[in-house]
Ligand binder design. Structure first.
Ligand SMILES: Cc1cc2nc3c(=O)[nH]c(=O)nc-3n(C[C@H](O)[C@H](O)[C@H](O)COP(=O)(O)OP(=O)(O)OC[C@H]3O[C@@H](n4cnc5c(N)ncnc54)[C@H](O)[C@@H]3O)c2cc1C
Length: 433
């Protein structure tokens, strides 16, 4: 008797796609159960993980950090594969920004005193902790209580009120800065900068705050923090512990996950789609002339990311001139830049953006909806089962409600969809991840 094996196609050989393939292929109970094929549109595996080389050093063009080593599946693989040590130079950026030797410089090389920078650094940290639910009334003691009160005032200020839906991190942060300035009795001029014309303490502190806002824009990929949803911020989960880079390169993790798969693995029963949200949105807007995808879920291809797209369109010389001019404003004796290595995540049709965030007006529920397979197991209108359920499944970082935007979010989403199929085929005892 010939038994027909279900055929599964996974679209995309990034972290989510390869993790789903690895799980389906290595689960002992399922090994001989499926025919599996991974389809990749590009000429390499890894997707938004792409370790390159520049000036003899390993350089990450995409994912760079393991965001918190505690409980991270990526860290576990990096340890197992001995990827955290290398005799070759790599782009090591471990550690945190609490290093006291870090100095802050304004235009013209003016060193900002810690009395200007420190209160703003703390303000920004505690405002973000508050928005993420990490700073509560109970945990706020001593000096921290002062910042808790500013955050609390910001969140309950007139623009917010009791309904925090549709409110942005950007406006919350600015309310927090206003609360800080209100709490200052008087704005004293900064000693030693009389020749700075209009510079005063308030202006300098506003500039330091704006610097942290720009860093937050980079972390979240939200071009404008006014488009980053406030409510969703408290759902986002970080792993505890250090944030570290991978000495042998992030691609070593991908190569390990892909290593168990045969080279060419092929009427279709299931497709797991793992393409980026930017690619999905582009395909929807092609089919829908008004361009409204209805997801309301932000991504690096939004109008807000014009800056990144503009940078991608500059040639090397324009970039070198621009960076040199900016740096020399702050460090007059800096050396010039002679070589550029540039990624193009925004314009590359296989990605159309860097990574997702929850935009104002959308919520974590939208991410759950994006993770729903089609057609659903049951028709909700009449409760009937479909003859062929789970035809199209979705994985990828943008489908994980609490770990979107990361490699481990992509990893978990791949496992989730592999496990969904394993469960469908009654492969038991393998749902331990
Ligand atoms: C610059 C940058 C820095 C980052 N830094 C970090 C970091 O430090 N730490 C961290 O955890 N995360 C970071 N990330 C995010 C992380 O890289 C992603 O969340 C993760 O790699 C996404 O994996 P994925 O499988 O969901 O999607 P992808 O990696 O995008 O995989 C999807 C795959 O589908 C392919 N594809 C697209 N269209 C088609 C098609 N039509 N047919 C077939 N194949 C197709 C693509 O080529 C790609 O290989 C960063 C991302 C970027 C861009």
């Amino acid at each position: 008797m010939v038994v027909k094996k279900p055929k599964i196609v996974i679209i995309g050989a990034g972290m989510a796609g390869l993790t789903a393939a690895n799980k389906l292929y290595t689960s002992t109970a399922s090994k001989d159960l499926f025919e599996l094929i991974v389809v990749e549109g590009g000429t390499r595996i890894g997707g938004r993980i792409n370790t390159s080389e520049f000036g003899g050093d390993k350089i990450e063009m995409g994912a760079t950090w393991i965001h918190g080593i505690g409980n991270s599946p990526i860290h576990k693989i990096a340890q197992q594969t001995n990827s955290l040590q290398s005799s070759q130079p790599w782009e090591c950026m471990d550690g945190n920004n609490n290093d006291e030797s870090i100095i802050t410089i304004a235009e013209g090389g003016f060193h900002l005193q810690s009395s200007i920078v420190d209160p703003i650094s703390k303000l920004f940290k505690y405002l973000m902790d508050y928005s993420q639910g990490k700073l509560t009334k109970e945990s706020a003691k001593g000096e921290i209580l002062k910042y808790y009160n500013m955050a609390s005032k910001a969140s309950s200020s007139s623009n917010f009120g009791s309904k925090k839906q549709n409110l942005s991190i950007g406006s919350f942060l600015r309310q927090g800065l206003d609360a800080y300035f209100e709490s200052m009795k008087e704005q004293e001029e900064v000693k030693g900068c009389e020749d700075w014309n209009n510079w005063n303490k308030k202006l300098l502190q506003e500039a330091v705050f704006a610097m942290y806002e720009n860093t937050e824009r980079t972390y979240t990929s939200a071009g404008d923090l006014e488009s980053l949803d406030y409510e969703a911020e408290s759902e986002y989960r970080m792993f505890p512990g250090e944030e570290i880079t991978i000495a042998k390169g992030y691609l070593s993790i991908i190569e390990h996950i892909a290593s168990v798969l045969p080279n060419g693995l092929v009427q279709l029963d299931h497709v797991i789609v793992t393409v980026s949200l930017g690619v999905l949105k582009a395909s929807i807007s092609h089919d829908d002339d008004d361009g409204d995808d209805g997801h309301g879920h932000g991504h690096g291809d939004d109008d807000d990311e014009k800056e990144a797209l503009e940078l991608e369109s500059l040639n090397d010389e324009e970039i070198m001139n621009g960076v040199s001019a900016t740096v020399s404003n702050f460090l007059p004796h800096s050396s010039s830049i002679s070589k550029v290595l540039k990624s193009k995540w925004g314009k590359d049709p296989l990605f159309l953006g860097s990574y997702s965030y929850v935009a104002v007006g959308s919520s974590g529920e939208d991410l759950d909806t994006m993770a729903e397979p089609l057609p659903l197991m049951k028709d909700s209108s009449n409760g009937n089962s479909f003859s062929y359920p789970l035809q199209i499944l979705f994985a990828g970082e943008a489908t994980h409600r609490t770990h979107y935007s990361t490699t481990h979010g992509a990893y978990f989403s791949g496992l989730r969809e592999a496990n969904r199929l394993l469960q469908h085929y009654h492969c038991v005892g393998i749902f331990n991840n």
